[in-house]
Ligand binder design. Sequence first.
Ligand code: ZN
Length: 82
Amino acid sequence: MRIAIKVKKFVEKLFPSEASGNDSKRWITVCPYCYSTRLDLFVGGYGGKIYRCLDCGYTGSIILEVRMDDYLRLLKERKQKI
Ligand SMILES: [Zn+2]
């Protein structure tokens, strides 16, 4: 439950009404398929954590953890490839 609140805060930080200088150093969790940050903790416990992407439906234990500035670079590169 605490993780879900964390993710919510990430989303709020992703779309801030006012930019803050510390955001570029913030670590965020990203879906490996669609690069969405809307990840929900699906299962958590002894077997490990499984996340679910709210955008593409990906469910699995592998997620990307990147810093905000790396994430923005990732999105840019992805756009250039398409
Ligand atoms: Zn996704």
